[in-house]
Ligand binder design. Structure first.
Ligand SMILES: [Zn+2]
Length: 218
């Protein structure tokens, strides 16, 4: 907390994927031709995110739709980075846009891109998809699967699929849903944090949470 008279210092916002994600992505350097292979890739990202960091059990990636070339992976970094917006889809979209040097993945000259996500997008991510420039969204687990373990998916329109399709964004659901659901369950079994604003963990003082904020002064 800033004392009166002290100069306000705003922390820079730095978002970096953990090194293991880069290593995993580098190992999968062949284009993934099938939708199922791309889904298996993001489900594995989600599972490893739980294993490595007890991060939220969500993985996503941006691929070139035609070739299956990986442009950027993403994993959930909410608790690790103390940032509520760092869902896997957001991290993948931001990283892809930075990698391609464009604020939209639908810029002229870029190949059509798609978002593959281990769980259907929440209300925030669904909004972000609209501005991202992806032309297709491929989903594993359903949003009700995430809700079933306690995650809040936000006030998403019931007809979100039609809303995206009306914007020219195709939606494919239930790809490897069972495997994607299994990662959600794995997170629960490992004691992962359900970090919604209203969850028990979020209601605790910061000092009493399992993972202290690295930037917070003692
Ligand atoms: Zn989300």
């Amino acid at each position: 907390m800033r004392r009166s008279g002290e100069t306000m210092r705003l922390p820079p916002i730095e978002i970096a994927l953990p090194p293991w994600v880069e290593d995993f992505a580098a190992a999968a350097n062949q284009p993934l031709g099938s939708t199922q292979a791309r889904m298996e890739f993001v489900i594995e990202l989600a599972r490893r995110n739980v294993d490595h960091d007890l991060g939220g059990p969500f993985g996503a990636a941006i691929f070139e739709t035609e070739s299956g070339r990986l442009i950027a992976p993403g994993v959930n970094r909410v608790v690790a980075c103390n940032c509520s917006v760092l869902h896997a889809e957001i991290v993948a979209i931001m990283t892809a846009q930075r990698a391609l040097g464009s604020f939209t993945l639908a810029a002229p000259g870029l190949p059509a891109c798609e978002l593959v996500t281990s769980t259907e997008p929440c209300a925030m991510c669904m909004g972000a998809v609209c501005w991202s420039g992806v032309r297709r969204v491929v989903c594993g687990a359903r949003d009700e699967d995430a809700r079933a373990i306690g995650f809040d998916e936000g006030p998403k329109a019931a007809d979100w699929v039609r809303a995206l399709e009306a914007r020219g964004i195709a939606v494919v659901r239930d790809v490897c849903r069972d495997n994607a659901q299994a990662v959600l369950q794995y997170y629960v079994e490992k004691g992962g944090i359900i970090y919604n604003a209203t969850s028990d963990v979020a209601q605790k003082p910061i000092e009493q949470r399992r993972r202290p904020c690295p930037h917070r002064k003692k």
